[in-house]
Design a protein around this ligand. Structure first.
Ligand code: ARG
Length: 568
């Protein structure tokens, strides 16, 4: 069944004489709910058509109004004002659309914008040997959400965890292990014990800088394939991965590819040869670099003076590999903003190599996260582990829930969903580029602009439906909407354009903020419009409001990578 928006797009398309340009879907994207509900339910902006049709926007709007009135599609009102065509749906059309949201369920808001296209998303990507700390929350949460947004919009997605599993840090770790570690201690203490000796390396190297040379040599041995070093490296990697996967499980997150930096070890020399052949490599202080002075950037180092490869060498190689393997239409990298120059540099190198897909590489940077909660002091020095951040939030939610709703079944599972959801929502509700400060009290406030508030509102919609215990259906006779219903209706019907905005801007916060707005609008409706006490068609219409809100909130939460428990 077509939505009123699709129906209107069809009607406009026909009124224009079914032209080649603009296409029906282009027209569809020009239709939105109007800024204010008293302008109607749908508005079509005529400005972009003015050029193609060689007519003033207001004249186009007036002509369309006349054509639509001739077609008599059953609208309540059609207005042409200031270059906009404003359409007010009839009560019948509106209650039908409301029910369509309910019927669409998990599919409500999906689109085919990305059909036939592939998006590779490189995110989370922690460094093995270093702790998985809160600095990676942004990449993990934003990347996970962007993956889901792309899927929802019809893209085929490939999520890649570009693990930092190669590099000089392993030289340090191997030296640290040989000096201060033992098999038993690491087996017992896992990643924490690794973190411990890694930290000790820095302390000791401050006093004795020759340790740094030793670490460089250890890494060189590893790069040369020394068996004992490789065995240690694999062991450290396995230990870390097992730990990371526990955190990913909390987030219901898995990756299609775990090809980390080490995966490109045997693929880099071909790329270095290619750079040489293309005349892009020049020597600078013993290192081999690609000059980027034309691009007004410092040179991109490819080989260090000791001949070893670096982060950028692996990123260039990985991009070429991914392009050959996945034929992506976009490849998105989510990292902190501190890495912006790195990405600009090597994206430019890909361009200089003559690859026309360089413009399909997209860096999505985000700001810094700081913590305002004393209880989060970490066992591994001054970094705060993501694992501890989640554990703390879960524990706090458990305490709150024990007070609020002691009879709740499965408190542990709910505390996990709400605690993790609170942390993720907090990260995603601010524009990603802003620095944010995480205050557990604030993020867990059930009445604030928080994840728990959204999850709780969703759970309330479900409990109303359960209490009513009636099958949902489109009401037989259409009733007109009261003010709160009209407002909620226009928020609900905006959902797909919200998703598309989030996609276009790579900005999950658009969805998070919309979810809050929907909750507020629903709560106003719920306070003013009795649902369970209503009768007949009014009751079924209001139940449809509860169900449509529940569906939309659940889809919002899914898009943010947050689960939606039915009761809290
Ligand atoms: N491992 C890096 C870090 O922890 C992030 C990697 C991002 N992805 C990439 N292809 N460079 O900062």
């Amino acid at each position: 069944m077509l939505t009123p928006k699709e129906t209107l797009a069809n009607e406009i398309y026909q009124a224009l004489g079914c032209p080649e340009e603009p296409t029906k879907s282009a027209l569809d994207s020009l239709i939105d709910p109007p800024k204010s509900a008293d302008l109607g339910d749908l508005t079509f902006a005529c400005f972009t058509l003015a050029k193609t049709l060689r007519k003033a926007p207001q004249a186009i709007a007036s002509d369309l109004k006349a054509a639509l009135e001739r077609q008599n599609a059953g609208y309540q009102k059609i207005d042409a004002v200031g270059g906009y065509l404003n359409v007010t749906l009839s009560d019948k059309q509106k209650s039908k659309e409301l029910y369509q949201i309910v019927a669409a369920g998990d599919n409500y808001g999906r689109s085919e914008i990305g059909a036939g296209k592939t998006a590779v998303l490189d995110f989370s990507s922690p460094n093995i040997a270093k702790p998985f700390h809160i600095g990676h929350l942004g990449s993990t949460a934003i990347g996970h959400s962007l993956q889901r947004i792309h899927k929802f919009c019809g893209y085929k997605t490939v999520s890649v965890n570009h693990l930092g599993d190669w590099g000089t840090q392993f030289g340090r770790l191997i030296v640290a292990y040989r000096r201060w570690g033992s098999k038993e201690a690491i087996e017992q203490g896992g990643v924490d014990a690794l973190g411990e000796i890694y930290r000790r390396f820095y302390e000791e190297a401050d006093k004795d800088p020759s340790l740094n040379d030793e670490a460089r040599e250890a890494f060189a041995a590893m790069e040369a394939g020394d068996e004992e070093s490789i065995r240690l490296w694999q062991w450290f990697k396995d230990l870390s991965l097992a730990e990371f996967k526990r955190t990913y499980a909390l987030l219901d997150l898995d990756f299609d590819s775990w090809a980390g930096e080490s995966f490109y070890n045997d693929k880099m020399s071909a790329v270095i040869d290619e750079l040489k052949e293309k005349g892009l490599l020049t020597e600078s202080d013993g290192a081999m670099v690609v000059d980027l002075s034309e691009e007004k950037m410092p040179p991109c180092i490819i080989l260090k003076s000791d001949g070893s490869t670096i982060y950028a060498t692996r990123d260039i190689t990985a991009a070429i590999y991914r392009h050959n393997t996945y034929h992506f239409d976009k490849c998105i990298y989510v990292t902190d903003a501190g890495q912006s120059l790195h990405f600009r540099q090597w994206f430019a190198v890909i361009g200089k190599m003559g690859y026309d897909w360089a413009d399909k590489l997209i860096h999505v940077p985000y700001g810094k996260l700081s913590i305002n909660g004393a209880r989060l002091a970490s066992r591994t020095g001054n970094v705060i582990l993501l694992r501890d951040l989640f554990a703390d939030a879960i524990e706090r939610v458990k305490q709150i829930t024990l007070e609020r709703n002691p009879s709740l079944e499965d408190i542990d599972a709910v505390a996990r969903a709400v605690g993790v959801g609170a942390v993720v929502f907090h990260q995603l509700s601010t524009s990603k580029i802003k620095d944010i400060s995480f205050d557990p009290e604030e993020a867990l406030n059930f009445d604030g602009n928080t994840g728990p508030y959204v999850q709780y509102t969703y759970a309330r919609t479900q409990s109303v439906l359960e209490k009513a215990n009636l099958p949902l259906s489109a009401p037989e006779t259409a009733l007109s909407f009261c003010a709160q219903e009209q407002e909620l209706f226009s928020v609900l019907t905006r959902f797909s354009s919200v998703v598309q905005k989030a996609l276009a801007e790579s900005e999950p916060s658009v969805i998070a903020r919309y979810a809050l707005e929907l909750c507020q609008s629903y709560n106003r409706f719920y306070q003013n419009c009795p649902v369970l006490k209503a009768e007949g068609d009014l009751k079924s219409q209001r139940l449809n409001f509860c169900a449509a809100t529940g569906t939309t909130l659940k889809n919002c939460l899914w898009l943010l990578g947050i689960s939606a428990p039915r009761s809290i």
